[in-house]
Ligand binder design. Structure first.
Ligand SMILES: *Cc1c(COP(=O)(O)O)cnc(C)c1O
Length: 370
């Protein structure tokens, strides 16, 4: 059995050896060197979103990506507010679920998981309901791999004068996005997606004036977005224990993103990973769930083969034994599995996976319709 497995997942994902090695150090959380690193990380994240201070600010939040989403939803919607959540997959549903858990008034637009959210649908929903104060959309809906047109939707949200929140968890750093041009007030992503760090925290790019108007909104102490921002701005520190090692790894990951040529270069690599994967999988008789025109470069959903002998658990375990970890499906309407093409992966690793899939199809005697 191979010692190290390749992760073809939406995160945590395969990181470079140098990103892992950056964690072989203990840093004091009140140490000047650490505080300087946090400042650098926060500034560089703004640059990745093509924005800068003082119009925008970065908030780092310990925990998973969902913690970052929950921080935004619980801290930025007023008691009298109502959030419109556009849903075409599990991550949109999760935002609505977070708001409901917090007893925030929720409206939803729900479309099929293989359809994009359209600006027109958001326009109609906003025109029909003046009570909506906030709009939430997922950029890459990792459930299927579809990309929602967040910039076009942002123009509609802006025209209606509502606040705009984008879950760009699985796309930020891997797909170019100008946060201001998309009229985004709050964007959330996390350390272990396209920046290629290790898990441990999420980050929020926030329009400063919008954030500063949220005093008193927070429904949680530790997830209070404004308080976390003010802490970082005043003494450069987290309010509570920071994920020091994950931050060290992330700082190295940002250096490696720059060395690769930035977000554009990374997007090109992910897209070529995707093209190579799809061509190889088609040649083996697999078909994608999404129409190519809707497919993003982050993760691809493949339909189960028609052969009734196909059993995902067995298929998954065989691939894992061969050193390749794929991802189960999460769609409600179709039997699919997912293969991520983000992370420290290139043509060599995609070919390794394709060889493992070919071997597995052969060993299991699966009848493929090529
Ligand atoms: C990964 C992901 C999340 C959740 O991140 P966790 O770290 O698992 O909490 C949320 N939204 C999208 C679109 C994602 O891809």
């Amino acid at each position: 059995m191979p010692r190290i497995k390749l992760l073809f997942t939406p995160g945590p994902l395969t990181t470079s050896r140098t990103v892992k090695a950056a964690m072989m150090r203990d840093l004091g959380s009140r140490d000047a060197q650490f505080i300087q690193m946090i400042r650098d990380i926060r500034a560089r994240l703004l640059a990745l979103g093509q924005v800068s201070a003082p119009e925008y600010g970065t908030i780092l939040m310990p925990g998973s990506g969902t913690n970052g989403i929950e921080a935004v939803v619980s801290s930025t919607i007023p008691r009298s507010g109502k959030v419109l959540v556009a849903i075409n997959g599990a991550y949109g549903r999760r935002i609505a679920q977070i708001a409901e858990t917090l007893t925030i008034d929720v409206a939803t637009i729900t479309v099929e998981e293989n359809c994009k959210i359209t600006p027109e649908a958001v326009d109609r929903a906003l025109a029909a309901d003046a009570a909506i104060t906030d709009v939430a959309v997922v950029h890459c809906e990792t459930t299927s791999g579809i990309l929602n047109p967040v910039t076009e939707i942002g123009a509609v949200v802006k025209r209606h004068g509502r606040r705009y929140f984008v879950d760009a968890m699985s796309s930020f750093g891997g797909i170019p996005l100008n946060v201001d041009a998309a009229h985004i007030d709050y964007l959330v992503s996390s350390a272990n997606k396209c920046v290629q760090g290790v898990p441990g925290f999420s980050f929020v790019l926030a329009r400063r004036a919008t954030l500063e108007a949220t005093a008193g909104y927070a429904r949680s102490l530790s997830m209070n977005l404004l308080a976390q921002f003010q802490g970082l701005e005043t003494d450069g520190q987290f309010r509570f224990t920071p994920p020091t090692h994950a931050l060290l790894a992330f700082h190295q990951a940002l250096n490696e993103l720059d060395a690769e040529g930035g977000v554009h270069a990374r997007a090109v690599r992910y897209e070529s990973n995707h093209q190579l994967l799809v061509a190889g999988m088609r040649a083996l008789g697999f078909g994608e769930y999404l129409a190519p025109v809707d497919q993003g470069p982050i993760i691809t959903s493949f339909r189960y083969p028609a052969d009734p002998k196909f059993d995902f658990k067995t298929f998954y375990q065989r691939l894992s034994d061969l050193g390749c970890v794929i991802y189960p499906g999460k769609l409600t309407s179709a039997d699919c599995f997912r293969i991520g093409h983000i992370g420290h992966l290139g043509a060599r690793e995609i070919n390794t996976l394709l060889t493992a899939v070919r071997t597995t199809v052969h060993d299991l005697g699966l009848q493929m319709r090529a």
